[in-house]
Each structure stands twice: as C-alpha cells, then as structure tokens.
Design a binder for this molecule. Structure first.
Ligand code: OOG
Ligand code: NI
Length: 467
C-alpha cells in the first residue's frame, strides 16, 4: 500500500502556497503580515501568562502560521466541488452563516479542520460563500447570471482528477499531494481579465457589487487572507503608520482582559485594473474586491454565553449607528465597552456561569488519594486546570461588517433575514457540522481524561451536563 501524505500536511503546504501567492498579488497583505508578526512578538514578550496559556493549548506554535481566507462561489456545483477539494486537505464545512440579514445575497460556511490535533497542526480555514441569485429582484438579470456561471469551469482537469483519485484511494502520496496543491491554487488565483463585457459588468455591479465580483471572472479568487494577532488594538493603531487604512471600527466584542469569540478589522479593498471583453479587443475598467483583514481570537462561548454576547452587541448597535464614512466610530466603541460590562471578564467566572467552553487538564502527576466532591473543588485545590477553548469559527454580524466595508461602506445595515440552511446543504452535498457540538465534545473528552488520570471518575456523571 502506498503511503499517503497526512491531510494536515497537505493543508499546511496549501496554506503557505496561498499566502505566498496572495503576498505577490496584494503586497499590502505582506506589510500587514509583518505588522502582525511584530505585534505578536511584542505582546508575547511582555505577557508570560498569555504565553503559558497558549503553550498549554498547543497554540503557541501555530500563531504565526495561522490565517483564514475567503472565497465566493456562484453555483451549487462549484460549492460541491470546493467541498470535495478541501476534504482532501482535512477541511470540512462547519457552521451556517446567513448574510442576507445584512443585505448581502450570499450564505456561507467555513471549511476548517475539526479535531484538536488537526487544528494544532494548522488551523487554516476558508470562509466560503455561495451567491443567492434567488434573492435578486431582477429575475432577467438572475437568469443572465446563471447562464454566465453555467459556462465556467473553476477547477483544472488535473485538480479534478487528483481529487477523485484521493477519494477513490483514500489519500494522495506526497508527490501527488504537491501536484494537487499546485493545481488547486489555480482555482483561487486572481485574473485581471473579466469574462464579460463592461456593459454587463456595470449592470451586475449596479444590482450588487458582490454579484459583479462573483460572476465576472473565471474563478473564485481569494479575496482576503487574515493573519491572527494577539493584540488587535495595537494592529489597528499601527496600520496607518505603515500606509494601511483600516476600517472605522473593530468588529466583535470590545477589548477585554479575557478575550471571547472573535475581533476583526480590515483594510479597504484595492481598486484594480481589469480588462473587459469587447468586439474591438479589450477595454479597461476597475474592480474592487480584494482586501486585507486581521483577527484576534478568544474563548468559544456556550449557547448561554452566545445569547449574552448577542444581547450586548444588539444593545450597542441599537444605541449607535455607524455612518458610511465611519461617523460615530468613537461613540460606538464607547457604547460597546459599556454594554459588555454585563459580560463577566475573567475565564474563571465565565466557567462558573457556564458561559464558555473549556479544555481540562490534570495538574497532579497521577491519581490523588482524596475523593473530591466537585470539579470546582479539584480546580480550587490546584489538581485540575481549565483552559478556554479558542473560538475557531466566524460571527455573522462581524462577517457582514467586513463584507460591507470591503464593498465600500462602513454603514451598518439590517435587512430581513431569509436563512435557508437546507438549500445550502443541498448545494453542498452534505450537512454542515454544528460548531457547538465540536466544542462540547472537546470539553467532555478532556474532562473525562483528566478525571480518569486523577482517579476521580465518580465526578463524571455529575459533569455530564457540561455544555
Ligand atoms: C467574506 C467576509 C467574511 C470574515 O472573516 O468574517 C469574513 C467575504 O468578504 O467574502 O471573511
Ligand atoms: Ni475574513
């Protein structure tokens, strides 16, 4: 039997190949990476508890390699093809995001590794959106879009063949995997020539800029790659000094002692020259789509924590509305801090109130003689430690803000929602995984192992209800 390359390793070489390609395509992304690396090094050098926490959850080694990307596909067939291609690299669809709430005609999932060991090896994720032509009022235009999309092939023949081979044989040898990565890269490459004429482009653009971005090109170019920082406030402040213009506010929760979920900011999309099809050769025009983003990740929240988060955020958004030019940004950030006073700001308190997911580990070397009567008392006695689980997913309201900003406005919109997870999963060909279940399993497994190690398994049934 041939020996196959570990999908985690295929994902790693793919993630660095993508990063190299994007760095060449969008030099500002390289500048952002440098800034993030500097800020991370500085943050770690001054903060031993943080280094220790990251080391104990296996994240210290992954920080500088860590990033996510985003693509937008046009048809069900494309989405299913992407799903098969990412599966070869150990990336599976997790979560469903309805962006129609923000007036953006897409719904999305995140392809990502799902086990703790795979995440520790390389957590590369791709936020993947499917265009929803069903939300377009202009049915003739929707029809025209599906016609254009039906004619394109976003995968190379070799990428398709190697994906099928990996599925049939259960993996790829290293030479085949390297070949596969090179071919897969082609799907995400930028093309400065459109497949349609300028008039059609303008029509699509007027309907929605996002439609023009998806339909005008021959493949779903990667539109951003996002490094992970340990101090997003420092990055946001440092961007202008390096000639990078950030969006008006950081999406997500405010600055906290105990970070939760995800905070994100981005720099505005670049205006790029594109040549359009025309009878008299090509004509030039512009298109803005590609941008840069930075994120800081905190603890994954349990359903109760998530409800509280959503309440704090909704109260802020109801109180202050940011304008298209970023007006009211300072008021918004102040209101955010004020509203999040309701959210406990230590991990210990969040654990006691069952607001976040944790990973347990034994501190004692082996079984302890005393019989403890609760998980809490083991922690208090110093035999058991609980580390917050890092949030590995995305936030729909934040994603909407990022979409908005790179479509040219900081305005916060709210539209009626029209989620359709069933239709999305039909297109995808499988159901998306429930992210809450993944965190819950990790928590339960870690607690089980830790309590067995400490000889305290009598506490297991009591702990069964965690999550
Ligand atoms: C995706 C925007 C969402 C995030 O990090 O929330 C996103 C897109 O613009 O295609 O990437
Ligand atoms: Ni993003």
């Amino acid at each position: 039997m041939p020996s196959f390359m570990n999908p985690d390793d295929i994902r790693s070489i793919f993630a660095s190949a993508m990063s190299r390609m994007y760095r060449k395509e969008v030099p500002l992304y390289g500048d952002l990476m440098d800034l993030v690396r500097d800020v991370n090094a500085e943050t770690l050098s001054g903060n031993e508890p943080l280094s220790n926490q990251l080391a104990s959850t296996g994240e210290l080694g992954r920080i500088d390699d860590e990033r996510h990307g985003a693509i937008r596909v046009g048809t069900a067939g494309e989405l299913a093809g992407i799903r098969r291609m990412f599966a070869v690299m150990g990336m599976f669809p997790v979560g469903y995001y309805d962006l129609s709430v923000a007036g953006i005609p897409v719904h999305s999932t995140a392809f990502r590794p799902t086990t703790q060991s795979a995440l520790a090896r390389n957590p590369f994720r791709v936020f993947t959106s499917l265009l929803r032509l069903d939300l377009l009022e202009d049915r003739a235009l929707a029809e025209q879009c599906s016609k254009i999309l039906s004619g394109r092939k976003i995968f190379t023949d070799e990428a398709l063949a190697l994906t099928a081979q990996a599925e049939a044989e259960g993996g790829l040898t290293e030479p085949d995997a390297r070949h596969f990565v090179a071919e897969a890269l082609e799907t995400f490459r930028w093309h400065s020539s459109a497949t349609i004429d300028l008039d059609t482009y303008v029509q699509l653009h007027d309907a929605h800029r996002l439609i023009a971005d998806v339909v005008s090109f021959r493949s779903p170019h990667i539109n951003h790659l996002t490094p992970r920082t340990l101090d997003i406030d420092a990055v946001q402040k440092g961007m202008p000094d390096r000639g990078i213009a950030p969006k008006a506010v950081i999406e997500g929760p405010p600055t906290r002692n105990a970070p939760i979920l995800l905070r994100q900011t981005s720099f505005k999309a670049l205006e790029e020259t594109v040549s359009f099809v025309s009878d008299s050769g090509a004509v030039e025009g512009n298109h803005t789509a590609r941008f840069g983003e930075i994120e800081q990740r905190g603890a994954a929240l349990k359903p109760a924590g998530r409800v509280l988060y959503d309440q704090c955020l909704a109260a802020t958004r109801a109180a202050v509305r940011i304008g298209a030019q970023g007006e009211n940004a300072a008021d918004y950030m102040a209101a955010l801090v004020e509203n999040f006073r309701h959210f406990p700001d230590t991990y210990d308190e969040m654990r006691r109130q069952d607001l976040a997911f944790f990973r347990y580990r034994p501190v004692a070397a082996g079984p302890i003689a005393d019989r403890f009567d609760s998980v809490d008392s083991l922690i208090v006695a110093g035999h058991l430690a609980a580390d917050p689980q890092t949030y590995e997913d995305f936030l729909p309201v934040s994603a909407a803000g990022i979409f908005q900003s790179n479509l040219g406005s900081d305005a916060q919109n709210t539209f009626t929602q029209s989620a359709n997870q069933a239709a999305f999963e039909d297109a995808l060909g499988v159901k998306v995984a429930d992210e809450m279940m993944l965190y819950k399993e990790t928590e339960e497994e870690s607690l089980h192992q830790a309590l067995s190690h400490l000889g305290q398994t009598h506490l297991l049934s009591a702990a069964e209800h965690v999550g």
